[in-house]
Each structure stands twice: as structure tokens, then as C-alpha cells.
Design a protein around this ligand. Structure first.
Ligand SMILES: NC(=O)C1=CN([C@@H]2O[C@H](COP(=O)(O)OP(=O)(O)OC[C@H]3O[C@@H](n4cnc5c(N)ncnc54)[C@H](OP(=O)(O)O)[C@@H]3O)[C@@H](O)[C@H]2O)[C@@H](O)CC1
Ligand SMILES: Cc1cc2nc3c(=O)[nH]c(=O)nc-3n(C[C@H](O)[C@H](O)[C@H](O)COP(=O)(O)O)c2cc1C
Ligand SMILES: Cc1ncc(COP(=O)(O)O)c(C=O)c1O
Ligand SMILES: [K+]
Length: 547
């Protein structure tokens, strides 16, 4: 399997992505339903008192980013989750003294070495940079390294950025003789990463670099910057006064914007104004004054003794990520969100003559690619007045007879289908640049088929189906929880849970399929299968549609 995914970012900062598909060898405030469905429910079981807490705890646990597997998509999802969490909870900010103390604790009684922490810090910086500044638009990275550990973080970040595909340049004017630092320099030299003397840097950095990383000073900075760092800091200050951030390289500060007071921040107001700050271990007090769009936390190594001793409130890291966004989320220019799809061609000569076989092939590929819920599909129904409505359902079976899903026979979709059996299904497999449209007519599956499926579901879902009068208005979540709890007790002996007659399956029998494969410049492949009568029998006929 080839799963290259190369992300692109546009000027406004967030989106444009080229996706190379993985491929294989082959509302309104009141929620009164617009069409109240006829009620098929027996009335008795829904008048129960209040039970608020339990379900909420369960939800919080389920939402924990730690539980999410580390696919890129899930990492994105969990990033969003932890961003929200981080914004909601107050993150601890450290004083200069506590930061230095923690340093000592980690490298003393807690058994870490400086090399280890520096490696993790530098990796965090590199991953945070790569998350925000995509390779396609930001290739050349200047890393300005100071004499201490902050500079060491910069050297490590330079190495990781190189391996991520960036082109790093390092300015390291005050080298430290210690083996740790000379080793880091040797490693960079072995990658042919250029070391740029201060005097060779252009006065205006914007023409030569796409990102500038400030790894001059961290939490041990004090006083006023001494040469040559005073000039280097001024260079970054001049860069940040170029108002249009699209016309200059963004500045990323490691742990502290260099020259800022570690606790008070940019006291004079004339200091560096970084676009991004990557705080390490925990943000220092000065980070409260950071107003740039991207604040990340890195240094995923804080052990519980440190957290408890210093009362650290830190956000959870998503999935396997080395960094987590904290602070406010920048607002997105929605119009700039855009993907460029790169996929193998989808040709008439390659697809299967029967659309069910073609569907099965693509479906199996989506499963093999590890997509989350490839069986999730949008179902569109239309009522007798011609009003359409869509929602997601889960495909629970497909064969030449059709596409099956299960739901509540009293729901809005059921009501629509009782008036108009025509419906459409839509699958979108984002990571594969693929979409499948299926249209046809819908019938209920047999009671026997529904019974069989119902009893294959987890008992909790069986009870959930009984409890939910789907698509009707309820006064609060507690209504569901109380009803559920009662049923749980009723069936606590493990006895058979009868399927309610208001729950069962539908099968859509297709008369049209369309297989869509995203391509560059919006010149997508679209192959439509429609039915034709030929010599008394029905055959599938393939036509290419313009994208
Ligand atoms: N858990 C952790 O703690 C982790 C910490 N990590 C990283 O370590 C950073 C702290 O590193 P650090 O202690 O080496 O100090 P740092 O800020 O790099 O600079 C000290 C150097 O700067 C010099 N200097 C000072 N003021 C100056 C001035 N005005 N003008 C000129 N020079 C000045 C000073 O010289 P001195 O004044 O002592 O002569 C010394 O040489 C921290 O922010 C984080 O990035 C991560 O690697 C891993 C986890
Ligand atoms: C990924 C996903 C899968 C879903 N699967 C089902 C399903 O299989 N059956 C179902 O009744 N509702 C399912 N739902 C909930 C429906 O989207 C919808 O909220 C519900 O069926 C009520 O729709 P209606 O009021 O239009 O009938 C799913 C929702 C999501 C997001
Ligand atoms: C209301 C509802 N019913 C049924 C289903 C399908 O669930 P299952 O896979 O347990 O049949 C879902 C899935 O999300 C759902 O939300
Ligand atoms: K710094």
C-alpha cells in the first residue's frame, strides 16, 4: 500500500492540501419536526425522573484524546478536542524559578538526562512547526540558536525538520564546547545543513527564508541581550513590523520570545512579536502576553511527581503527538480551505462491469486503508411535498439486492420513505479522494432480517433502540438516561431483549451509481452506471461524466 500524503498550506495559513490518495495494487432553536412522524410507539415507558451525572462522565472519558488511535485524521480530530479542552481549562504558567527548579528535578532525582529532554523538546518544536507551516509553502527554515539549552532545542529541531523535508539553515554564533552541543553540530553537518555566520545573514530575512525559528534564549535569560544576539533580536523585530504576514517569514519562538522578560514579557514593547510560540514543559509567565495566532505546548515528558509538586494543569496531548495547541484557535478563512487531489486514474477500461462489484472493491480498499467508519453514508430522503433531508446512517450489508441500514420506523426518514420510496446514498472516503453516489428505491427488510440484526448488536444498543423515539422532541437528556436505566435493570439478568416493532432495516435497490475519483485541477474522474433495457434484460451501462 502506498500512503503518501503531502500537505500544502496556502497564504492565509490553514488549508490548501494536496492529498495523494493511498492506493493499492489494483436548525432552528425549536426542534419541532417539520413533518411530525406518526407515532408507532407504545406509550408507557417514558415518564421517569432525573439522573444527570453518569452519562456525562462517560462522555468525557470517551472524548479523551488519549483513547484515539493515531491515524492522521484522528490526530486532527483529537487535536481539535484537546484544543477545546486546553482553551477551556486554565493552563499553568511557570515562574522563572519554578522552570529552573523543574529542570533540576527532572535531571536530578527523576533520572532524565539533558540530551533526552532536549531531544524531546526539539522534536516537539519541529512537529509543531510542521503542523502549522506546511512544507509546500514554507521550505527554507532559518534557526537562530543561542548559547544555552534553548539553542540546543533549536539544533535538535533543525535535524528533525530536515528529516521532515524542510531545508534548514542554522545560525549558531556562540557555540558551546560541551560534547552534547558539538555532537548536535556534527549531526547537522552530516546532513549538509548550512551554518550561516551572523555577518552573512541579509539585513532583511524575508527574501531568503520561509520560517525563522528563534532558539536564542529560554527561561535562563536575564538582563539585556548581549552581542551578537542584540542585533539578531533586532533583525527579528524589524521582520515582525512588516505588517502583512503573508509577505514575510513567520517567526517561531522556542519556549520564550528571545529578549522578553521570562515573567513580565515584552516590557519595553519593542521586542520580538512571534507568530508562533512553542512553550516547553509548561508555558512560562511571559507566555500570557503572547498575542500571536499559534501557541503550542511541547515537551511530552512531564512525569506525575512534577505535575503534582508544581500543581501543573496541562492539556492532554492528542494521540501520539509531541505537541498540542493551547490558547485561542485562529479563525480560519473558510474560502481558502482547499484540497488538490492526486490519485490514480479511474478508467472505463479498468472498472468492473457490475457496479456492485466495483463498490465492493472500493469498500474493501477503504477498510484496508484503515478509514474510520467507511460504512458511514449520507442518506437523503424526500417527502411527498418534495422536501429533501439528509442524515448519516451506517451501512450494515450490501449485496446484489441492495444496500441495507437499520433505523427507527417512526423517524423522520421513515416518514419520508413511507411517502416517497426514492432515496440516495452517498459515501465519501476523504483520505482516498473517493465518493460514491447510489440512487434507487427503498423497501423495509423482512422482520426476520431485522430481528437477526437487532440481536447481533451490543445489548446497550438494543436498549438504546427501545428507549429512543427517534426524531421526536424530548425535554432533556435525563429522559433517555432514566428510561435506559430502568430497562437495564429489567434485563440485568441477561434475558432476551425483544426487538421493538418500531425498529428495523431498509434496503435501497440501486438504479444508479456514480464512482468519483478526485484528480488535479478539479479534472476528476466520474463514472456513472445506469440501467438499460437490452433484449428484455436489464444491463448496467457505464458513462463518463464531466467533472
Ligand atoms: N524541563 C526543562 O527545563 C527543559 C528545558 N529546555 C530548554 O532549556 C531552556 C533553558 O536553557 P538554559 O537554562 O540553558 O538557558 P537559556 O535560556 O537557553 O540560555 C542560557 C544561556 O544564555 C546566556 N544568557 C542569559 N542572558 C543573556 C543575555 N542577556 N545576553 C546574552 N546571553 C545571555 C547564558 O549565559 P550567562 O548569562 O549564564 O553567561 C547562557 O549561556 C528552556 O527555555 C528550554 O528551551 C529543553 O531543552 C528541555 C526541557
Ligand atoms: C456516523 C453516523 C452514523 C449513524 N448511523 C445511524 C444509523 O445507522 N441508523 C440511524 O437510525 N441513525 C444513525 N445515525 C443518526 C442519524 O444521522 C440521524 O440523526 C437519525 O437517524 C435521525 O434522523 P431522521 O430524524 O432524519 O430520521 C448516525 C449518525 C452518524 C453521524
Ligand atoms: C440512532 C442510531 N441507530 C443505529 C445506529 C447503527 O448502530 P449499530 O452499528 O449498533 O447498528 C446508529 C449509529 O450511529 C445510530 O446512531
Ligand atoms: K527562544
Amino acid at each position: 500500500m502506498l500512503t503518501a500524503a503531502c500537505k500544502f498550506r496556502n497564504k492565509s495559513g490553514l488549508a490548501s492540501t494536496t492529498r495523494v490518495m493511498p492506493f493499492f495494487l489494483s436548525t432552528s432553536a425549536t426542534v419541532t419536526p417539520l413533518c411530525p412522524p406518526p407515532s408507532p410507539y407504545p406509550s408507557p415507558h417514558f415518564r421517569l425522573p432525573y439522573l444527570p451525572r453518569r452519562g456525562l462522565a462517560f462522555l468525557a472519558a470517551a472524548a479523551s484524546p488519549r483513547t484515539l488511535p493515531p491515524t492522521p485524521r484522528q490526530a486532527m480530530a483529537s487535536l481539535a478536542t484537546s484544543t477545546a479542552a486546553a482553551a477551556a481549562a486554565e493552563v499553568t504558567h511557570l515562574s522563572q524559578r519554578d522552570a529552573a527548579d523543574i529542570d533540576e528535578q527532572l535531571m536530578g532525582p527523576l533520572g532524565f538526562s539533558v540530551d533526552q529532554l532536549m531531544e524531546l523538546a526539539g522534536l516537539s518544536v519541529a512537529t509543531a512547526v510542521a503542523e502549522v507551516y506546511k512544507l509546500s509553502e514554507h521550505t527554507r527554515v532559518l534557526i537562530i540558536c543561542g548559547p544555552g539549552n534553548n539553542g540546543g532545542d533549536g539544533l535538535v529541531a533543525a535535524r528533525h525538520l530536515y528529516h521532515f523535508g524542510y531545508k534548514p539553515f542554522v545560525c549558531y554564533p556562540k557555540r558551546t564546547a560541551k560534547p552534547l552541543y558539538s555532537g548536535l553540530v556534527t549531526q547537522l553537518e552530516s546532513l549538509a545543513i548550512p551554518f550561516v555566520p551572523v555577518e552573512d545573514l541579509p539585513q532583511d530575512l524575508s527574501g531568503q527564508y520561509d520560517i525563522v525559528i528563534d532558539a536564542m534564549f529560554g527561561f535562563s535569560f536575564h538582563g539585556a541581550p548581549r552581542p551578537p544576539f542584540d542585533d539578531l533580536i533586532q533583525m527579528l523585530v524589524s521582520l515582525s513590523v512588516i505588517g502583512d504576514s503573508a509577505k514575510r517569514p513567520p517567526i517561531v519562538s522556542v519556549d520564550i520570545p528571545s529578549g522578553w522578560h521570562v515573567e513580565e514579557g515584552d516590557v519595553s514593547g519593542g521586542g520580538i512579536k512571534p507568530d508562533m510560540l512553542v512553550s516547553l514543559t509548561a508555558p512560562k509567565l511571559c507566555a500570557k502576553k503572547f498575542t500571536g495566532p499559534h501557541h503550542f505546548l511541547g515537551g511530552r515528558f512531564v512525569p506525575p511527581p512534577i505535575s503534582s509538586k508544581y500543581g501543573l494543569e496541562l492539556p492532554p496531548y492528542p494521540g501520539t503527538s509531541m505537541c498540542v495547541r493551547i490558547g485561542k484557535v485562529p479563525s480560519v478563512d473558510i474560502s481558502s480551505l482547499r484540497e488538490n487531489y492526486i490519485s490514480p486514474e479511474l478508467l472505463e477500461t479498468q472498472v468492473m462491469p457490475n457496479p456492485f462489484d466495483q463498490f465492493r472493491t472500493w469498500f474493501d480498499e477503504a477498510v484496508t486503508a484503515g478509514l474510520r467508519e467507511p460504512n458511514a453514508m449520507a442518506l437523503t430522503t424526500v417527502n411527498k411535498a418534495g422536501k429533501p433531508s439528509s442524515r448519516m446512517v451506517l451501512l450494515k450489508g450490501v449485496d446484489k439486492q441492495g444496500f441495507v441500514w437499520y433505523t427507527n420506523y417512526g423517524s423522520q426518514k421513515a416518514h419520508d420513505l413511507s411517502e416517497n420510496s426514492n432515496a440516495a446514498l452517498l459515501f465519501y472516503w476523504n483520505e482516498m479522494n473517493r465518493q460514491v453516489r447510489v440512487e434507487g428505491s427503498v423497501q423495509k427488510v423482512s422482520e426476520e432480517e431485522s430481528e437477526k440484526y437487532f440481536h447481533s448488536r451490543p445489548r446497550g444498543s438494543q436498549l438504546g433502540a427501545i428507549v429512543s423515539k427517534q426524531s421526536t422532541v424530548i425535554s432533556g437528556r435525563e429522559v433517555l438516561q432514566q428510561a435506559y436505566k430502568e430497562l437495564e435493570q429489567k434485563y440485568s439478568d441477561g434475558s432476551f431483549i425483544p426487538k421493538p416493532d418500531y425498529w428495523g432495516g431498509y434496503r435501497l435497490t440501486p438504479n444508479l451509481f456514480e464512482f468519483w475519483q478526485g484528480q488535479q485541477s478539479r479534472l476528476h474522474d466520474r463514472l456513472q452506471y445506469s440501467q438499460r433495457e437490452l433484449g428484455g434484460s436489464t444491463e448496467w451501462h457505464i458513462q463518463r461524466l464531466s467533472p
